[in-house]
Design a protein around this ligand. Sequence first.
Ligand SMILES: NC(=O)c1ccc[n+]([C@@H]2O[C@H](COP(=O)([O-])OP(=O)(O)OC[C@H]3O[C@@H](n4cnc5c(N)ncnc54)[C@H](O)[C@@H]3O)[C@@H](O)[C@H]2O)c1
Length: 446
Amino acid sequence: MALHIMNIAVVGTGYVGLVTGTCFAETGNHVTCVDIDAAKVEKLNSGTITIYEPGLEKLFIRNQKEGRLHFTTILKDAVADAEIIFLALPTPPGEVGSADLKYILGVAHDLGKIITDYKVIVDKSTVPVGTAAKVHQAIAENYKGAFAVVSNPEFLREGVAVEDFMKPDRVVIGTSDDRARKLMGDLFAPFVRSGNPVIYMDEHSAELTKYAANAFLAVKISFMNEIARLCEKLGADVDMVRRGIGSDERIGKRFLFPGIGYGGSCFPKDVQALVKSASDVQYDFRILDAVMKVNDAQKTILIPRILDYFKGNLKGKKFAIWGLAFKPNTDDIREAPALYIIDALREAGATVSAFDPEAMNNVKQLLGDNIHFAANQYEALEAADALIIATEWNEFRTPSFDKIGSLLRNKVIFDGRNIFDLAQMEQLGYHYESIGRKTIHSNHGS
Ligand SMILES: NC(=O)c1ccc[n+]([C@@H]2O[C@H](COP(=O)([O-])OP(=O)(O)OC[C@H]3O[C@@H](n4cnc5c(N)ncnc54)[C@H](O)[C@@H]3O)[C@@H](O)[C@H]2O)c1
């Protein structure tokens, strides 16, 4: 295995870019990360991490101290000595649902004016089929020398991003350039020592692989949410059905948990973008249309139940919400179901008191003082008419039910993540509603 220390540039220092840059530094490379957000770069340069991601801070501090990890706002400085330039830029939905490539192509255009020797430019962002060719074209408008554009989609999961990056299930490298293929293989060699595959393919297949992976996972989630709804109507228990099907290896145990829908910065936009890519080539991706519809409804599935319980009137009622992040172990609130629930509750005249271990600052920036941010999970409950669970953080799983019961005005819980045991809820006298399982009725009225 011919390995050498490389100079790497990472353009975009968000969830993917910061993890990518830090992990490449951790394997001994010299990494310069560049971002247009000057405040972010200043913070990073002062040694303060800008996102919450378990395990990242330790690596970030170590590699910065050891001089392998740098941050700048100046693209030219970042890429001057770099052999490989990663683009970890946003690809948000554009007006018609397709991925907006303005950030990627803007930087590609700038790179064309800056680079002076062979570089490997890597699309790490999730981008539609054909983007590598567009990036190539944007650079070639100004730079006439040799260079390569590689598609290397990222499969990390927020919340376990460092682990996923350091020990990926697979690395996908889409390129037709032999020199780039060799450099990328060398760079990733330390990450696949345990034998997980580096899968080389053409650029188009690599680009589509990422969308296919996310779309498939979204199908799995929406499928289980539909099974859960059916369970409620037919008197079955989704936990049992989940275990019953998950032990079939063809189905697998993971990603079968029903809830209040998928969120985050990836699944919603990637499913939408794949549907748009398909329709651009006159293909009607019917399964994904259904997946999006199911998920849209799922995000606020608790609202009609809450309305039912409170006899159609939420005016003046107060709700405690545990969990704001779109999933546990992250501070990311993009497309978080909790935000949709908060909107619906406020629209119906209710007030909200919320707690999340990591995501409150991000929600504060969005909602200001429209809701109350509690100092801890119990303070959120004070004089609330019910507790809603929107994110399954570990610290919510085994709370003091005595405390919950004494702080809430009514012993009522709407659990969007099925974190509590039905028998226990019954024994403790709660009114407890969850997803795809029977409702536990208390004797108390509303
Ligand atoms: N977040 C994830 O879990 C995840 C996982 C896999 C793939 N992806 C994909 O990776 C890409 C990046 O996602 P993210 O979550 O890291 O986004 P992000 O919004 O957290 O980060 C993007 C960063 O790029 C910076 N930026 C914007 N324009 C720039 C420019 N011209 N020059 C330099 N920096 C610029 C922004 O300031 C920001 O810091 C997206 O395509 C996403 O779909 C994300």
